[in-house]
Design a protein around this ligand. Structure first.
Ligand code: ZN
Length: 137
């Protein structure tokens, strides 16, 4: 992590290889918070082999989660309801939602966790266009 810059970069490597790795006691999952120095949310990158599942149902005390399915297919469980998920599905779960996920095919997804109700403004209102130029402008 570059402490003195306005950005940080980390490469999680191959998603297929991530499915075999155990990091901080979790198989197939890497948390980016400490790797990127995140301060407003936590993001995990998850890669599960066909048939693998999160081995528990959980909810959160104060954070909502957004699951972004990047590839593969699986089953999502929320509050006793189960439905199929696949590439392109975006699922928001409120803190109280009792959730779990299982891969049917190899499944890659991102989970973003942020304090429920904390977003004070949307990106379009927060972004400020500058006069800086890039090499392609
Ligand atoms: Zn969670």
């Amino acid at each position: 992590m570059a402490e003195n810059k306005n950005f940080s970069v980390y490469n999680v490597g191959s998603f297929a290889e991530l499915a075999d790795k155990e990091i901080d006691g979790a198989k197939g999952r890497i948390m980016l918070g400490h790797l990127l120095g995140l301060t407003g949310c936590e993001i995990s990158i998850n890669s599960r082999k066909a048939g693998e599942a999160v081995p528990f149902v959980h909810h959160h005390k104060m954070n909502e989660e957004v699951y972004m399915i990047l590839s593969g297919s699986g089953i999502f469980h929320i509050d006793g309801e189960e439905f199929p998920v696949g590439e392109g599905d975006m699922i928001r779960v409120a803190p109280a939602g009792m959730r779990s996920i299982k891969a049917i095919e190899p499944l890659v997804y991102v989970c973003i966790q942020a304090h429920d109700g904390s977003l004070a403004q949307a990106t379009q209102l927060d972004g400020v266009i500058t006069k800086d130029k890039t090499s392609w402008m």
